[in-house]
Design a protein around this ligand. Sequence first.
Ligand code: AMP
Length: 249
Amino acid sequence: MKVLVPVKRVVDYNVKVRVKSDGTGVDIANVKMSMNPFDEIAVEEATRLKEAGKVTEVVAVSCGVTQCQETLRTAMAIGADRGILVESDAELQPLAVAKLLKALADKEQPQLIILGKQAIDDDCNQTGQMLAALLGWPQATFASKVTLEDGKATVTREVDGGLETVALQLPAIVTTDLRLNEPRYVTLPNIMKAKKKPLETVKPADLGVDVAPRVKTLKVAEPPKRSAGIKVPDVATLVGKLKNEAKVI
Ligand code: AMP
């Protein structure tokens, strides 16, 4: 059984991003890039399923610029068997990525696709859902536990009031939540081994997909700066300020 794991190259989660002065987006020049953290969890889960004998092959896919090869090598150092780069310099929005992944799924015929629940750069939380719709497959989003048995996936989902457990007929889509697992540290020997694993490159046109953006970003703005706090002498003053200045009580 083959598992496809889409991995996105995003600004590293430790970087404090800065909005460009013209408000058209975020400045990513000379900024550290890494694999989207939810995708690391997805690769870890697929690798664990392989180590448990439930899965035979883990294929990592990344859509974007040439440097996404590094993201794929990291996925292979965690445990993916091979990588596919869908190379494009264009801005790839979730619908375009979902269409590219659909074309690859048609070609590769995986039984399971594990994506991150959201990319930490665009915070869209759309690609997995769109891919499930395009493929006509069942989906379980925000997974905190995944088991595979008899052609079925049983997935525990993190929902508002607690946990929900669902059974899906394979092939299916799963998106990862934070508590699904803790990804392993990649070791130097595994980084070296990953360099020798196969990495194929295709273009969106090879897959017959039009990746033209459908959504235009009108403006990006920094959150308002927090003003410094003050000390109040007593509870009465505090209540007065909450009532008359903050107007929250
Ligand atoms: P999003 O819908 O943009 O929040 O992304 C959700 C998930 O879709 C990510 O965690 C990835 O697993 C996958 N994904 C999104 N964009 C890409 C991309 N360019 N290449 C590979 N996977 C992607």
